[in-house]
Write a protein that binds this ligand. Structure first.
Ligand code: NAD
Length: 471
């Protein structure tokens, strides 16, 4: 691969989503325009229009500042995919890889339709050698399939790299600017492979210290992404499993988590109990890992990882059952304030959010929900609930209202249920909210954001995951 000498390096990304958009914005922001030019490409004209507007399609702290500064300078968003492919030296593929919905492997295997389509688009349009970078999270050995398609259908030569993304939504810009590590898998055995790998290392080296850029063979890189997400989710399920034991035995989960996490071999992070993990990746990637293990005949290993999801599902059910039990086993026509709908704070993303399951189950009990989230658009909440409940928006409208503030959601309600750990929920005027609520007034904290002692003193009957009733 001859990288252009005096020309800027031309970087394209297919997929302008939660990964493609922020990743490319950071590459553009961290590199001089005379050295690197970036084009982000997507099939969705609506998404590209939003990236080119004042209101970006995704919310991430610090993202709009980066995009507004780099846009038009060395960052461009476009639907002209073929042009972008022809133009680029390096092409990232950051398309969605959801769980397959039907057919062989349904509910577990990754759906690689979009990855294959992107590969075929590259093969058809490219007329000069390209480095193709797998940014999407994919099953191990996907690079082999990519390579086969590109070589069979293309007119030029391609080098495939794996460069999985470890950013977390809500902290995407920080994670991209100061990554724990950047992982690049390539063909270390050939000269061309090593050159391609070095080209990508040099791009990241504009802002990432070299010792944090890890190079491996392609298969290790592909698998590491699935394993990293599986380990993170496993920690959440591990602490959540213990939260149930705490509630029954008199131990306090936050005390246990602190005591355990102070062991340097274990560490304190990701030991926060909750109503359950969500997001587009954890469940999907574990299912993918489970499917891979099963296809290699490793059924005991598959069962081990499957249990991480089973605990997560159970935690959501357990929390909802507890709400119902506290409300004297009937929620019919009781107004319940739902605080938070995003799967975590500082994002408007609701994919696999625990809130969807908890709200869906409460609606089955005929509760009346008043939902407040500071970032999630109303349309998204309606779309998630209509899909989950298999009811039309008109049918749900008798049971669901969207509130403009937490106070409005709480007024006249029997209970407040906290489902996202937004910072603003820590400092709400709970005394004022209590006065506007029915009696007895309950508060169910699914994210450990509240000072339960203070709330009990106000008069709330409180339940927090992992705290025994008499605490
Ligand atoms: P997303 O759904 O937000 O974005 C994917 C985008 O790709 C969409 O805008 C879609 O229109 C576009 N697209 C699909 N096929 C295309 C094609 N052939 N040509 C052009 N555009 C196409 O998805 P995401 O959350 O950004 O995730 C992308 C990948 O990154 C997934 O594999 C995911 O597992 C992985 N990942 C996601 C996160 C995260 O936090 N969301 C973190 C790390 C890795």
């Amino acid at each position: 691969f001859k990288m252009p000498g005096s020309q800027p390096l031309r970087v394209a990304c297919i997929g302008a989503g939660y990964v493609g958009g922020p990743t490319m914005a950071v590459i553009a922001a961290k590199t001089p325009p005379e050295a690197v030019q970036v084009r982000v490409l997507d099939l969705s004209a609506e998404r590209i229009a939003a990236w080119n507007s004042e209101r970006l399609p995704i919310y991430e702290p610090g993202l709009s500042e980066l995009v507004f500064a780099a846009r038009g300078r060395n960052l461009h968003f476009s639907t002209a995919i073929d042009d972008g492919i022809k133009w680029a030296d390096i092409i990232f593929v950051a398309v969605n890889t959801p769980t397959k919905e039907c057919g062989i492997g349904a509910g577990a295997a990754a759906d690689l339709t979009y990855v294959e389509l992107a590969a075929r688009q590259i093969a058809a349009a490219a007329d000069t050698p390209k480095i193709v970078v797998e940014k999407s999270t994919v099953p191990i050995r996907t690079a082999e399939a990519l390579s086969a398609i590109l070589e069979a259908c293309g007119r030029t030569s391609f080098e495939i790299l794996s460069n999985p993304e470890f950013l977390a939504e809500g902290t995407a810009v920080r994670d991209l600017c100061e990554p724990d590590r950047v992982l690049i898998g390539g063909d270390l055995k050939t000269e061309r492979g090593r050159q391609a790998l070095e080209a990508l290392v040099e791009l990241y080296a504009y802002w990432v210290p070299r010792e944090r850029i890890l190079t491996t063979n392609v298969w290790s890189s592909e698998l590491s992404k699935l394993v990293a997400n599986a380990f993170l989710a496993q920690r959440v399920s591990s602490i959540n499993s213990i939260s149930a034991l705490c509630e029954l035995s008199g131990a306090q989960i936050d005390e246990v988590a602190r005591a355990v996490g102070l062991d340097r071999r274990i560490g304190p992070r990701f030991l926060q109990c909750s109503v359950g993990f969500g997001g587009s990746c954890f469940q999907k990637d574990i299912l993918n890992l489970v499917y891979l293990c099963e296809s290699f005949g490793l059924n005991v290993v598959a069962d081990y990882w499957r249990s991480v999801i089973a605990i997560n599902d159970w935690q959501k059910q357990r929390f909802t059952a507890r709400i119902l039990h506290s409300l004297y086993n009937t929620a019919t026509n009781k107004k319940i304030a739902i605080l938070g709908f995003a799967f975590k704070k500082d994002t408007a993303d609701t994919r696999e959010s625990a809130a969807i399951d908890v709200c869906g189950s409460l609606l089955q009990e005929c509760a009346k929900l008043s939902i407040y989230d500071p970032q999630v658009p109303a349309e998204q909440i309606w779309s998630d609930l209509t899909r989950r409940c298999r009811r039309t928006r008109d049918e749900l409208a008798a049971y669901v209202t969207l509130a403009a503030t937490a106070d409005e959601a709480a007024a006249g309600s029997h209970a407040i249920v906290i489902l996202t750990e937004w910072d603003e929920f820590r400092t709400l005027d709970y005394s004022k909210m209590y006065k506007s609520m029915c009696r007895p007034a309950f508060l169910f904290d699914g994210r450990s954001v509240c000072d339960l002692k203070a709330l009990s003193e106000i008069g709330f009957l409180c339940y927090a995951i992992g705290s025994p009733d008499d605490s």
